[in-house]
Design a protein around this ligand. Structure first.
Ligand code: CA
Ligand code: CA
Length: 115
């Protein structure tokens, strides 16, 4: 009777260990899972992650034409984000050419009130 009890214990231990071993050694077959966070681009749009390395997708380039820098055609209210306004400002020549009057205090940072 005692022998059967011991065999039972050993058998139970064996089953537990092999089950644990099976789950531990099981190869991971799940595809890479990218977090669902997004990067906000200078133009106000956002891009998600993709690919095996979960890199952010490329931001669309902010288009600034020469004409945009010739006359005062923007105000801070025209932009959704500070970064976007800063992009236009920098591409037009920065502090040296604040044609749009975006940086009133001349410290090189435009539209400080925008998000
Ligand atoms: Ca302006
Ligand atoms: Ca400023």
């Amino acid at each position: 009777m005692k022998t059967i009890f011991i065999i039972g214990i050993v058998l139970l231990a064996f089953v537990s260990i092999s089950t644990a071993f099976f789950y531990t050694m099981r190869p991971s077959v799940e595809p890479p899972f990218c977090t669902a966070d997004a990067k906000v681009c200078p133009d106000g749009s956002s891009v998600g992650r993709e690919g095996p390395d979960c890199e952010f997708k490329e931001c669309p380039e902010v288009e600034v034409s020469e004409e945009d820098c010739l006359s005062d055609s923007y105000n801070c209210g025209d932009f959704d984000s500070q970064v976007e306004a800063q992009e236009i400002f920098d591409k037009c020549g920065g502090v040296e050419n604040d044609i749009h009057g975006l940086d009133n205090d001349g410290d090189g940072v435009v539209c400080e009130t925008l998000p």
